[in-house]
Design a protein. Structure first.
Length: 78
């Protein structure tokens, strides 16, 4: 039932905003972004244990943080 509500919400957003969009490039970008958000919403409905953006940023930046920690630790020892 939540899938139906999510789909209806996406369709209502599309219907409400479509006539305000002027050129085809804006319509394409709007459609792609709305579809991406709709798909992400559906994925989160089925798998609530997915990591969020904060965990992704930590995963990406953790090697840099450990490198900088080693670098500052070694320079303070000198």
């Amino acid at each position: 039932m939540n899938v139906l509500y999510t789909t209806c919400a996406a369709l209502l957003i599309a219907l409400a905003e479509w006539r305000n969009l002027t050129d085809s490039r804006t319509k394409t970008i709007f459609t792609v972004m709305l579809a991406a958000v709709w798909l992400l919403s559906l994925v989160l409905l089925f798998d609530r244990d997915l990591p969020g953006p904060q965990q992704f940023i930590e995963f990406v930046l953790e090697p840099l943080a450990s490198f900088l920690a080693k670098l500052t630790h070694s320079s303070s020892m000198s």
